[in-house]
Design a binder for this molecule. Structure first.
Ligand code: ADP
Ligand code: MG
Length: 321
């Protein structure tokens, strides 16, 4: 049972100020190789919100997460978490993270992984709650090394919850998951937010941001391109994408052994993306593309064809103007 405390309208301003849990203010991050990953980026995260940081590969999403975790410091600007420095121990104890390239020792059991991480925190989440929230029932005694990719992702998600964090960073949490596992993780993320946790999720799937987020912040080349509710972002994107030039576009998703190089040579293909086990192919001649793909890879499976309305909107927002 959760309790929702209704606040009277008059206190809204004060509440908004009090409820900011994280902020980046005019943050620029220049790596030592000269790459400017974030370019004057500002954003705030409020209590109980699911925020999707959406952008193509290389946009700066992971860099923003690393700055908020205190794993990296800004070249310019300020990062505050719970009003403090992200490197403070007290701050770190209130945050949980699932990194994009997460790894864990293979020879430990799921139960051991979760309990080791629970041991790092003064007030960890109850073991049973983590198992339930991360969907780990039935695999608790398995070795990490024996798990499927999706199961490993769920363990890493469980580890992110170990300290019962108020702020959770999930960097591309559903990459490589099949549709069913992705939906299950979405449900788990929603239930965390319903308990007052703030979740910052990075993704390059507009579909995922749309399904989950209260607020979407679209970034590209280290800058905020647009920000709003999913409906607002989609309407802006649809307007921007209505040039008509790409109206026949479809996104073909499947599991295939065909390489990006093979796929890019197929007629109609405009874009190829490999995300874990899944391959996404954008095509302006989907039927022809699909025929060729099926002929070239007889074992192609888990096929899905989508209208790229959302992706189209997103591409329009993040393409060079
Ligand atoms: P995203 O998560 O949106 O794909 P990243 O934040 O990982 O983007 O990367 C943003 C840009 O910064 C990219 O051009 C990337 O190559 C570069 N970059 C990321 N990490 C480093 C690093 N440690 N050193 C140098 N360049 C980096
Ligand atoms: Mg990333």
């Amino acid at each position: 049972m959760s309790t929702v405390i209704e606040m009277p309208e008059a206190t809204t301003t004060a509440r908004t100020a009090a409820e900011t849990v994280a902020s980046l203010t005019n943050v620029t991050k220049r790596y030592t190789n000269g790459v400017v990953a974030l370019d004057g980026l500002s954003l705030t995260l409020a209590r109980g919100e699911i925020i999707a940081l959406l952008g193509p590969n290389g946009a700066g999403k992971s860099t923003a997460v690393k700055l908020m975790m205190g794993l990296s410091s800004p070249t310019l600007g300020e990062v505050r978490i719970f009003g403090a420095d992200p490197r403070d121990t007290a701050t770190r104890l209130r945050t949980g993270v699932m990194l994009q390239v997460g790894k864990a020792p293979e020879m430990l059991r799921v139960r051991e992984h979760i309990n080791i991480f629970r041991g790092y925190y003064p007030q960890p989440m109850a073991y049973a709650d983590i198992i339930k929230a991360a969907g780990l029932e039935g695999i608790e005694e398995r070795f990490f090394g024996q798990l499927s990719g999706g199961q490993k992702q769920r363990v890493l998600f469980g580890i992110a919850l170990a300290g019962d964090p108020d702020l959770i960073f999930l960097d591309e949490p559903t990459v490589g998951l099949d549709i069913e596992a992705r939906r299950a993780m979405w449900a788990q993320i929603r239930s965390l937010a319903a308990r007052g946790k703030t979740v910052l999720l990075t993704t390059h799937y507009l579909e995922e941001a749309d399904a989950l987020a209260h607020r979407i912040i679209v970034i590209n080349k280290g800058k905020v391109v647009c920000e709003g509710t999913p409906a607002e972002v989609k309407s802006i994107g649809a307007g921007a994408g209505n040039s008509g030039a790409q109206s026949g576009l479809k996104i073909i998703r499947c599991v295939t052994t065909l390489t990006a190089q093979h796929l890019e040579a197929i007629s109609g293909v405009t874009h190829v993306e490999l995300a874990g086990a899944l391959t996404s192919v954008t095509s302006s001649q989907p039927e022809a593309t699909l025929r060729e793909m099926l002929a070239l890879d007889l074992n192609l499976h888990s096929l899905e064809v989508q209208s790229p309305l959302l992706e189209d909107a997103f591409l329009a927002l993040t393409s060079d103007r």
